[in-house]
Design a protein around this ligand. Structure first.
Ligand code: FE
Length: 218
């Protein structure tokens, strides 16, 4: 779903680079090891060849994990559990954000924690209370839904929503979601195209966003 994702991810680039490097090492060493024999009777060249031919976990074509981002200065622990952050007096264009949390192998993760926090439509965080802050858990299919508003801009940043995501008994992923076609996306050093949600206009003037989180789980 990452339409703006680079065609060659960093992981795949690194993986292919490592394989290329391994092949180069084998290619360089092979002539010198053809006649060598290990204590088990297997030739060294055979051992090296099997190392190259055996697929590694990184080459099984898992979905690339959602990248982490800085937490920023406005996170507050102990947010209320709720799927709607739109309460009385909340300023901004309504946004319905939906999606799924899956493992690196594409398996849905039930009961994953998502803790969202963001600025209101005017770019202001509520640091005194919990306006536009809330956590929830994914359902049995790993799905989540958040009713919120499109965050406003504040100095130095492009439009974004902060979130922490945690599969049960796994490490916390702290990251941020971004909005497509934002002029400041190109100038914000934290912006990552892999964290772009897809965004559509609803008939009533609100927005519909979607994002799938991919977690590396053990
Ligand atoms: Fe922020």
């Amino acid at each position: 779903m990452f339409n703006d994702q680079p065609t060659v991810s960093r992981r795949r680039f690194v993986s292919s680079s490592l394989v290329s490097a391994a092949l180069l090492v084998v290619a360089c060493r092979a002539p010198a090891t053809v006649s060598q024999t290990s204590p088990t009777g297997a030739s060294t060249s055979s051992a090296l060849a099997s190392t190259v031919l055996t697929p590694t976990a990184a080459n099984v074509d898992p979905e690339d994990a959602t990248p982490a981002e800085t937490e920023g200065p406005y996170f507050k622990p102990n947010s209320p559990e709720r799927t709607s952050l739109v309460g009385a007096g909340v300023v901004g264009t309504k946004l319905a954000l939906t999606g799924q949390v899956v493992s690196q192998h594409g398996q849905p993760i039930a009961k994953a924690l998502l803790d969202f926090w963001q600025a209101d439509g005017q770019g202001n965080y509520d640091n005194a209370a919990y306006t536009l802050r809330g956590h929830q858990f994914t359902d049995a299919e790993g799905r989540y839904q958040l009713a919120t508003v499109v965050p406003g801009l504040y100095p130095g940043r492009t439009r974004h929503i902060h979130v922490k995501v945690q599969a049960p008994n796994q490490a916390i992923l702290t990251t941020q979601l971004y909005f497509p076609n934002e002029p400041r996306n190109t100038s914000d050093s934290l912006f990552n195209a892999r964290l772009l949600m897809t965004l559509q206009d609803a008939a009533d003037g609100s927005k519909l966003g979607q994002f799938k989180f991919v977690l590396n789980v053990g």
